[in-house]
Design a protein around this ligand. Structure first.
Ligand code: PMP
Length: 427
């Protein structure tokens, strides 16, 4: 038995499903999850010592690759001065200033410890600010696991085939409205019917939890216009896209100013971090200034702030995102050519440093229905063939992939060679 299998058996004794987050369990692809012992640059090593080129990057944060020396140093230097104080530190001011500078729609920001906390708090804030209850989200979008958001959600819920979670009271779920992504007509109709009851709209400005589905610009623009017209708070959930698709996030890329933004992943450089912020007038409704309560024992943690600041300094360097996107484009173009060469229906999506792979007869993927129509069985086979070749892709047909600045020419070429062999076997 491999060490991986031994560890999985041991993990299942006291950890539900052997994992601390569901998609890790490989339910979407079958087989035993890989237990990792080390990461460096573009590579991960499993418990049996096998190396993989990593295209998950801890689901987005590791945009510089694993164990980047500047980040590790920042954490070590912070650690010797104490791990947590539960009191203010100067690093939090630096972080808030930096985030508001890089994302000018954010006039104030509060740090939390996960993406879930960020979205949950932003929604409570929007409801408190508007004194309305209804929340609109889009089918296949995942915004963390707060009750109101586990309705027709993406990510692990799609992988496990239960898009709406048990345990969410119907009395609460009835306040969550859902619409198809990228559907302007449906949006206008809903706002026409009940726009004045809607407290907020939360959206992944690039959907990354039903695989990677880019938005249409007209859709985001309609959303902005309708929210303004009806007084609903527009929340861009940039937990995944923030500092991933561009330095200023998707809002910079598409030039749309949300009222509130949620962040996580890259901003914490791999430490448990989230943030939410936006218009001053709305943010001043948060305790201790206002009546919307929100708090956190570890919020603004000194290690996380130092790691995040080191990360933001590195990704702010000129050309960082252009280089990242160009490298990813080389990979995706190469994959397309190799699939085409053996006649496998296949297409890809890319926004900055995130991507989607689809075994689909459609050349453009624009909706949840497009994603659902893909050949999941073929994806599963592809995933396992690539894994055997030492390429670690997201273990689900419904998750986006991520590249890092540590993925160089060699890693891309090795991945393409592996894919060529995998496609040949699938044909
Ligand atoms: N929002 C989005 C867009 C996400 O992708 C995620 C996590 N994948 C979350 C929120 C929740 O973040 P966390 O897992 O840190 O709670």
């Amino acid at each position: 038995m491999s060490r991986n299998q031994e560890l999985f058996t041991a993990a299942c004794r006291h950890i539900p499903g052997g994992v601390n987050s569901p998609v890790r369990a490989f339910k979407g692809v079958g087989g035993t999850p890989i237990f990792f012992s080390k990461g460096q640059g573009a590579y991960l090593w499993d418990a049996d010592g096998k190396a993989y080129i990593d295209y998950i990057g801890s689901w987005g944060p590791m945009i510089l690759g694993h164990a980047h020396p500047d980040i590790v140093r920042a954490v070590q230097e912070a650690a010797v001065n104490g791990l947590s104080f539960g009191a203010p530190t100067e690093a939090e001011i630096q972080m808030a200033d930096k985030v508001c500078e890089l994302m000018p729609s954010m006039e104030m920001v509060r740090m939390v410890s996960s993406g879930t906390e960020a979205t949950m708090s932003a929604i409570r804030l929007a409801r408190g600010y508007t004194q309305r209850d209804k929340l609109l989200k889009f089918e296949g979008c995942y915004h963390g696991h707060a009750d109101s958001l586990l309705v027709k959600a993406g990510s692990g819920l799609l992988t496990l085939g239960v898009p709406t979670s048990l345990g969410v009271p119907a009395d609460l779920a009835k306040h969550t409205l859902t619409l198809p992504y990228n559907d302007i007509a449906a949006l206008e109709q809903l706002f026409g019917q009940m726009g004045e009851e809607i407290a907020c709209v939360i959206i992944e400005p690039v959907a990354g939890n039903m695989n990677c589905v880019p938005p249409s610009l007209a859709f985001l623009q309609s959303l902005r216009r309708l929210c303004t017209e009806y007084g609903a708070v527009l929340i861009f959930d940039e937990v995944m896209t923030g500092f991933r698709v561009a330095l200023g996030g998707a809002q910079a890329l598409y030039n749309i100013k949300p009222d509130l933004t949620t962040l996580g992943k890259v901003i914490g450089a791999g430490l448990p971090v989230g943030a939410f912020g936006g218009k001053r007038e709305i943010m001043e409704c948060i305790a201790p200034l206002g009546g919307v309560y929100q708090a956190g024992t570890l919020s603004g943690n000194p290690l996380a702030m130092r790691a995040g600041l080191a990360m933001l300094a590195l990704v702010s360097k000129a050309g960082f995102y252009e280089q990242l996107a160009a490298q990813l484009n080389t990979l995706l173009t190469g994959l397309q050519q190799r699939a085409d060469a053996v006649g496998i229906p296949f297409t890809t999506t890319q926004v900055g440093g995130m991507f989607g792979l689809f075994f689909s007869t459609k050349s453009q993927i624009e909706s949840y229905d497009d994603v659902m129509a893909c050949d999941v069985a073929r994806f599963k086979s592809f995933f396992h063939l690539m894994l055997a070749e030492g390429v670690y892709l997201a273990p689900s047909a419904f998750e986006a992939g991520f590249i890092s600045s540590a993925h160089g020419h060699t890693e891309i070429q090795v991945t393409l060679l592996a894919a060529e062999r995998a496609f040949a076997q699938l044909a």
